[in-house]
Design a protein around this ligand. Structure first.
Ligand SMILES: [Zn+2]
Ligand SMILES: [Zn+2]
Length: 343
């Protein structure tokens, strides 16, 4: 397969967003990729900008970025589970496909960290096993949100918590993951207090997502506020989404004895904790949430069919042609989750 027949014309090239380095990007014409054995070519309907693209955006890269996308299968090469015309969302995690974790449906735990990319273009090639078939009639923008990290990680994090009714949750950090987590916690009945230092993010999570409180840690004594809320006990759960070491330390300090802390924000630099004080004597459960698997995706689809609305998390929708400006405003801190549309 070396061409695409589109409205009777043969196309060899497509539009794609290239990261040029120095925080610059541009739409360029590039060859349409070809699927190898076990791969599918996806005609992309929508992709989403993710905070994890920051390094490649700032440094530049020779591949096409974008790992959150949904579209229609255009071509296949020796695939058994997808066919042309299928509507799919893409699970970024590819995995080796053969280890215990991959075989039992948790490729995010596989030793092979290779993932899908190429989503900020008209077409992308993905491994067949990364395709998540969308429920009939699910809109593309819902599909990309439920099949992407914003809600995938949120679902994974929230599924590790006790049920929400009457419980107090703190969400530390109100970027896209914090927004997804907060929306899900509210849906599950928690009282949610978000902690975020950026005004725009705090306003968004309070007014659009509907958390109960959004506090600036520079202006509010968070520990005192939490003690006031719950009789000097502290929150039942804290979901740390910023990756900041001080915030991670705070999460362990704020949570009540017997409570649960989930780390979603990446921190590869290190964190000093005192196990006796922070975990053992409080009997705290500390865990992590890393990406998501098919179970998370299908449960999210069910939640959507029951009324959960992921669109509240979206700050803007812009056409792919305007993606260079969209990236500038996203990484300039001026916009929340952005969807890049194709039509
Ligand atoms: Zn992502
Ligand atoms: Zn594997």
């Amino acid at each position: 397969m070396d061409f695409i027949v589109c409205f009777g014309a043969i196309r060899h090239c497509m539009k794609a967003l290239k990261f040029l380095g120095g925080g610059k990007s541009a739409i360029e014409d590039v060859p349409i990729p070809q699927p190898g054995p076990g791969e599918a070519l996806i005609k992309i309907a929508v992709s989403a900008i993710c905070g994890s693209e920051r390094r490649d955006y700032l440094n530049g890269c020779d591949f096409i970025s974008g790992h959150e996308f949904a579209g229609e299968v255009a071509e296949i090469n020796n695939c058994r589970n997808v066919k042309p015309g299928d509507r799919v969302s893409i699970n970024v995690i590819k995995g080796c496909g053969e280890c215990l974790y991959c075989q039992t449906g948790s490729p995010q735990l596989c030793h092979d960290s290779a993932g899908c990319a190429g989503g900020h273009a008209e077409y992308a090639v993905v491994a067949e096993r990364c395709c998540l078939p969308l429920p009939k009639n699910m809109p593309w923008d819902i599909g990309v949100l439920l099949g992407g990290d914003t809600f995938g990680v949120a679902h994974r994090a929230v599924s590790k918590l006790p049920s929400g009714t009457g419980k107090i949750a703190v969400v530390s950090g109100a970027g896209p993951i914090g927004i997804g987590v907060s929306l899900m916690l509210k849906y599950c009945g928690y009282y949610v207090l978000a902690v975020e230092s950026i005004d725009r993010r705090r306003n968004f999570i309070l007014n659009e997502i509907g958390v109960n409180e959004a506090c600036d840690p520079a202006k509010t004594d968070i520990k005192k506020r939490l003690f006031d809320l719950y009789g000097q006990i502290g929150p039942d759960v804290v979901i740390e989404c910023s990756g900041n070491a001080e915030a991670q330390k705070n999460a362990l300090s704020w949570v009540k004895a017997g409570g649960t802390v989930v780390f979603c924000g990446e921190n590869t630099k290190g964190l000093t904790i005192i196990p006796s004080v922070d975990i053992i004597h409080k009997e705290v459960t500390l865990t992590g949430a890393f990406y998501f698997n098919k179970n998370d995706f299908y449960n999210l689809c069910r939640l959507y069919s029951l009324g959960f609305d992921p669109l509240k998390a979206v700050g803007q929708k812009v056409p792919l042609d305007e993606s260079p400006q969209a990236f500038e405003s996203f990484f300039g801190g001026q916009a929340g989750k952005i969807l890049l549309t194709r039509i």
